[in-house]
Design a protein around this ligand. Structure first.
Ligand code: SAM
Length: 213
């Protein structure tokens, strides 16, 4: 995702601790208290500008959504969306998913969403893909059993890689769609990238994968 340097972004994130955690290590084991209830917590890793989690939060008020994003300058738009239309069940975490185990206790979350993750097409960068075995191991640890990953992408290569990586890891698939927008899924919430690429005629791939408990 293209980002423009926004020097004021960090300060604005810090000024909104009700909605954003910029020191997620301090929240480990306390995320339900952050939301003020015991509803399930779903995270979107690489939330970008937050269209998906905001839409999901509106659609499912009894689920808590945490959007995780690396960059201040991108997540700030997700914060603006929350502030425009305040929802108690949508919050943000400015953090790197590589350190997921520092942020969550085992079993603290119930689902991981990966939407249009960076494809890292060169094989020498495979370890950076969010569906690499090392990330699957982290997701499995923090997910309550049986944990699920819901994944969407326009990138056929990343989709094929992820199917292979997950099945090699021992996961199974509850759903695989090779053309989401021609499927019968009625409650799909589009992400920014999904809107952009589907408008250009790109096919969208989607899967729901589950760890073996
Ligand atoms: N999910 C959004 C969508 O579908 O419109 C954004 C997709 S964008 C291609 C991928 C996003 O993932 C970027 O904003 C990037 O900064 C974020 N990202 C990549 N690696 C990450 C990581 N390890 N932890 C957190 N966010 C990450």
């Amino acid at each position: 995702m293209r980002q423009r340097f926004k020097p004021w972004a960090k300060e604005k994130l810090i000024e909104n601790p009700k909605y954003v955690s910029v020191e997620p290590e301090k929240m480990k084991g306390k995320w339900h208290a952050f939301f003020g209830n015991d509803n399930p917590i779903h995270i979107e890793v690489g939330t970008g500008k937050g269209q998906f989690i905001n839409g999901m939060g509106k659609q499912n008020p009894n689920i808590n959504y945490l959007g995780m994003e690396l960059y201040d300058s991108i997540i700030i738009t997700a914060l603006d969306r929350i502030l425009e239309d305040e929802k108690p069940n949508v919050k943000l975490i400015r953090a790197d998913a590589s350190h997921l185990l520092d942020y969550f206790e085992p079993g603290e979350i119930e689902r991981v969403y990966l939407n249009f993750s960076d494809p890292w097409p060169k094989s020498k960068h495979a370890k950076r893909r969010l569906t690499h075995e090392s990330f699957l191991k982290r997701y499995e640890t923090v997910l309550k059993k049986p944990g699920e990953i819901h994944f969407k992408t326009d990138n056929q290569g990343l989709f094929e890689y992820s199917l292979h990586s997950m099945s090699t890891y021992g996961m199974f698939f509850n759903l695989v769609s090779l053309d989401l927008h021609k499927s019968d899924m009625e409650d799909n919430i589009m992400t920014e990238y999904e809107k952009k690429f589907s408008e250009k005629g790109f096919r969208i791939y989607r899967m729901e994968a589950q760890f073996r408990s």
